[in-house]
Design a protein around this ligand. Structure first.
Ligand code: AHR
Length: 503
């Protein structure tokens, strides 16, 4: 089989906002406790943060981490997580039917972000609380000093404000599972009032209002329209979430799910345009896709705890999906979609980062390792920075549950002008056929291939474990070449590759 791709230097989509390679950490399961924080761990630093985990995180060069939830935030009192540890209360977390010790709060998280060199994106609680908690939290985090909350921060050991720019106005408020769930009008009014108050403190904040929890919600996409009608003049992004699953073991349909993702993005982009024109506004609202990942492997095993049949455990294993090789392809496809929609998606966060539906796993007292999906996330974040190219792709395809034609070859291209590099991320969705792919490089003074990474495996269900940490891992590719301005590569069946060309 053959496919052709045309990449022209001047045929671009948009500059890629680096923050599309963000991540998410929630007080959920073992994400925080025995994930990033484990004071007794042999690699722990003076703050009790695991050094082995910090290294894996730092390697990905993650621009932003969203915190502290998720569903957790909708009944969270941020004040519980400040001050002397031995005075912090243990609370019941209604979202995940667990106990929260509050040993980690905003100070510990901020220090960890400095260690791994990332920016914080904080969510305020608009479920059980409202404008007051948001303005107080903001004052605590961002005011230099001389006020009630900022002086408390200083007393608690942090003199300089953190100057957090990105703030989420609640989480998934359309979901009946959310503490303090609201309808679109109620939420839209509350979000607008909260945003107004936050902007009275600092006009330059980037505020993110909740869109739909997923595109199967009955309220979607009216939710976006109504919420934006209330908030358009006060917010910068609307947040979308989507989780991917292959419950019926149908790989062809599973790997076509990014059609559904792209339809979701386009629908919300058109809702933004609709509200913008109705309001005759000059303001541009973008999409923050601040929760995305594969999530289904652990559903069954989590039931007992989530249904409340295990009491209120502290940091139990929850949402610990063990990712397989098939999920590498899915995550590569999702990231390709975000690159192709770089014009509207300006923030995206893999959900989550450690232990909980995460690319990084740990054992308490033991090792930390990269799950299979770590690698496509790593390659996109490290090499996918620059300008998204508008590629013309000609590939054979198949009919799936999500589209009339799903091309076997899915590809995104990024021109990193500053570093003189052109990077392609390619997925072959075909089960048995290799695809000879020619990429015509137009308008580029092409040099040589400087990096070529390939991921294949004979078993779609192969996984990485503590004992076999590199069962699924990238290897150096071979056989790709450039001649007469055309990059040629053979894409093996069910494969992911990253090819970087000097230009
Ligand atoms: O990431 C897990 C959960 O998924 C989050 O807490 C919630 O926002 C979403 O439903």
């Amino acid at each position: 089989m053959r496919a052709t791709v045309t990449a022209h230097k001047d045929f671009t989509i948009s500059a890629i906002d680096n923050r599309v390679y963000g991540a998410f950490l929630e007080h959920l399961g073992r994400a925080i406790y025995t994930g990033i924080y484990e004071p007794d761990h042999p690699t722990a630093d003076k703050n009790g943060m695991r050094g082995d985990v910090a290294k894996l995180v730092k390697d990905v060069n993650i621009p932003v981490v969203r915190y502290p939830g998720g569903n957790f935030v909708s009944a969270y009192d941020w004040e519980d997580g400040i001050g002397p540890r031995d005075k912090r209360p243990t609370r019941l977390d209604l979202a995940w039917h667990t106990s929260e010790s509050n040993a980690v709060g905003i100070h510990e998280f901020a220090d960890w972000c400095a260690t791994v060199v990332t920016e914080m994106m904080l969510a305020v609680n608009l479920g059980s609380r409202g404008v007051d908690e948001a303005r107080n939290f903001l004052e605590y985090v961002n005011h230099p000093g001389g006020s009630y909350w900022s002086d408390k921060r200083i007393k608690n050991g942090r003199k300089e404000p953190w100057n957090v720019k990105m703030w989420c106005l609640g989480n998934e408020m359309d979901g009946p599972w959310q503490v303090g769930h609201k309808d679109a009008t109620e939420y839209g009014k509350l979000a607008a009032n909260t945003a107004r108050a936050m902007r009275m403190f600092d006009k330059s904040l980037e505020l993110i209002v909740c869109g739909s929890s997923n595109s199967d919600m009955a309220s979607y996409p009216d939710w976006e329209r109504i919420v934006l009608e209330h908030t358009y003049d006060h917010v910068d992004h609307i947040s979308l979430h989507m989780y991917f699953a292959n419950r019926d073991k149908n790989t062809a349909n599973y790997l076509a799910l990014n059609h559904k993702l792209e339809t979701y993005i386009e629908t919300v982009a058109s809702t933004i345009r609709q509200v913008k024109s109705k309001r005759k506004s000059k303001r541009q609202v973008y999409i923050s896709f601040d929760e995305w990942n594969v999530w289904y492997h652990s559903n069954q095993q989590d039931r007992k705890i989530l249904e409340g049949n295990d009491g209120w455990p502290h940091a139990p294993g929850l949402l610990e999906d063990i990712y397989n090789f098939e999920d590498v392809l899915m995550v590569g496809l999702i990231l390709n979609s975000f690159i192709r929609r770089a014009d509207v998606v300006k923030i995206a966060c893999i959900a989550q980062l450690v232990n909980v539906i995460a690319p990084i796993m740990t054992e308490k007292g033991g090792p930390a390792w990269a799950q299979t999906i770590y690698y496509p996330y790593y390659f996109a974040s490290v090499f996918g920075r620059g300008t998204a190219l508008n590629l013309i792709v000609n590939s054979p395809g198949y009919e799936s549950a999500h589209a009339e034609k799903t091309p076997y070859v899915d590809v995104s291209g990024v021109h990193d002008e500053a570093n003189g590099a052109l990077t392609f991320f390619l997925v072959n969705r075909h089960a048995t056929e290799s695809i000879d792919t020619d990429v015509s490089l137009q308008g580029f003074a092409t040099g040589k291939i400087v990096d070529h990474q390939v991921m294949t495996h004979s078993n779609l269900e192969a996984v990485n474990t503590a004992k076999k940490q590199t069962e699924v891992a990238p290897r150096k590719g071979s056989g790709a070449s450039i001649a007469n301005g055309t990059l040629s590569a053979k894409l093996p069946p069910y494969s992911y590759q990253m090819i970087r060309v000097k230009v």
